[in-house]
Design a protein around this ligand. Structure first.
Ligand code: HEC
Length: 130
């Protein structure tokens, strides 16, 4: 009777295959590490050619009195610059904006529907904090 167990497992596997979303670490390596470096320290291979130095993403919490500035980080990677940052070389990330929306609370108690891959990247950045 073990074959009966196989059916839901296979169905689940098929489902996961179809909706496979890259992890936050994978998306960071693809979209961010060229500038910010593999470890997020701001020392990627493309950093030297930029007018502005890519931020050291391992110090986000340290520079914010020990608290990861989730809302600000999300605004930044979503591409919202508050109108004061038009000169940033950091691009918007079209592919990361597609897909499912999930609630994201960056620390201000307000959960906003946010593309899941951006949420995963923000969670990954948390793990890089020194
Ligand atoms: C083309 C180079 C480039 C790429 C690619 C890039 N960035 Fe940046 N990023 C910068 C530069 C330069 C700055 C500093 C100037 C600024 O704030 O815009 C910056 C700043 C930031 C900041 C603000 C840090 C702070 O102290 O407030 C965050 C957060 C950030 N990047 C995250 C990311 C993430 C996540 C990705 C990938 C999804 C990414 N960046 C991809 C160049 C880049």
């Amino acid at each position: 009777m073990r074959w009966m167990l196989m059916i839901p497992v296979l169905a689940l596997a098929a489902c996961m295959e179809r909706e496979k979303v890259p992890s936050g670490a994978e998306d960071f390596a693809t979209f961010c590490s060229a500038c910010h470096g593999a470890g997020g320290k701001g020392d990627g291979p493309a950093a030297a050619g930029l007018d502005r130095k890519p931020a050291d993403l391992t110090g986000l919490a340290a520079r914010n009195r020990g608290v990861f500035p989730g809302t600000r980080v999300m605004a930044k990677i979503w591409g919202y610059t508050g109108g004061r940052d038009g000169a940033s070389p950091m691009p918007q990330f079209g592919p990361l904006l597609q897909g499912d929306l999930v609630p994201y609370d960056g620390g201000d108690g307000i959960a906003s529907p946010t593309p899941v891959r951006l949420v995963q990247i923000a969670e990954y950045l948390k793990t890089l904090q020194r």
